[in-house]
Design a protein around this ligand. Structure first.
Ligand SMILES: NC(=O)c1ccc[n+]([C@@H]2O[C@H](COP(=O)([O-])OP(=O)(O)OC[C@H]3O[C@@H](n4cnc5c(N)ncnc54)[C@H](OP(=O)(O)O)[C@@H]3O)[C@@H](O)[C@H]2O)c1
Length: 260
């Protein structure tokens, strides 16, 4: 590593948030704008982005809608070129994601493929142009959104869980690649947060957190630096502990909790 990794401040350039039409991305875009960032907000739902942009009026920084689909690799590259033409992007929060399920007889089917296309390939598609521009400048900050679920396998998440394990691993690799050129890389690993994504879950969600609080934690972590931004802290420690158990104990623990 040749130089200290960078932490973006509003005067360094804009923030780019993907998955900004709802949930954590929307909340983080608003929180970054409150903290003075000019924010480019990307997602597919244009009306939701326009509403978000209107909501930012009067904040210290403004939000500008930048619609796009993270699974469209060349489309994302073109979108990013357009953003950079308006000024440097100093911070990229690659948050777009979701969970699409298949019935057991379709294991590894369309839901699995879409989950990986958005959560993993989508992050890589967005990281590519940001990484290229930031490395050329010798500074920048890229944060990808994983999940505590990515620490290891759990019931009810056979596509989402592995996709988030891949995101965490991707972030580690990206860090090695980028930080020698002055680009900070972080991974955001939330526990359960109240959003559209979790609204339909019919299983227990321990330590379920309010979305605004989660977004403040994300933005605090972006400002603080450090590779991993994880919360809630006690749940993160618990998940780490459970995932470090030998498999016989690990499976017994889930059976004892009635989770399978
Ligand atoms: N909520 C939780 O408990 C929790 C916990 C850990 C991690 N996370 C992660 O946090 C991130 C945000 O989750 P959330 O709970 O805020 O979910 P959410 O409310 O469902 O929002 C998901 C966002 O991703 C966008 N998106 C989905 N597919 C996209 C695509 N192909 N291209 C561009 N944008 C796309 C959606 O926008 P459009 O539909 O408009 O495209 C939406 O803005 C995800 O990566 C999720 O895995 C969430």
């Amino acid at each position: 590593m040749t130089q200290a990794p960078f932490r973006a401040r509003p005067h360094d350039g804009a923030a780019w948030v993907t998955g900004a039409s709802a949930g954590l991305g929307r909340g983080a875009a608003l929180e970054l704008a409150r903290r003075g960032f000019h924010v480019f907000a990307t997602a597919r739902r244009v009306e939701a982005l326009d509403a978000l942009a209107r909501q930012s009026e009067g904040l210290a920084g403004r939000i500008v809608a930048a619609p796009g689909d993270v699974t469209d690799r060349e489309g994302v590259a073109a979108l990013y070129r357009d953003l950079e033409a308006r000024g440097p992007v100093a911070l990229a929060l690659l948050n777009a994601g979701g969970a699409w399920r298949d019935p057991p007889e379709e294991f590894g089917g369309a839901g699995f493929q879409r989950t990986f296309a958005v959560n993993v390939q989508g992050v890589a598609n967005c990281a590519r142009p940001a990484l290229t521009a930031m490395r050329a400048r010798g500074r920048g900050q890229i944060a990808v959104v994983g999940s505590l679920i990515g620490y290891g396998g759990v019931p009810n998440a056979y596509a989402y869980g592995p996709s988030k394990a891949a995101v965490i691993s991707l972030a580690v690799g990206l860090k090695f690649l980028a930080e020698r050129d002055g680009v900070r890389v972080q991974v955001v690993n939330p526990g359960y947060v109240r959003t559209e994504l979790t609204a339909g879950n019919r299983y227990p969600m321990p330590f379920l957190m309010d979305c605004d609080e989660a977004c403040r934690r994300i933005c605090d972590g972006l400002a603080r630096g450090g590779f991993e931004i994880r919360f809630p802290r006690r749940f993160a420690l618990l998940v780490r502990l459970v995932q470090s158990l030998p498999y016989p104990l690990f499976f017994a623990a889930f059976r004892a909790l009635g989770l399978r």
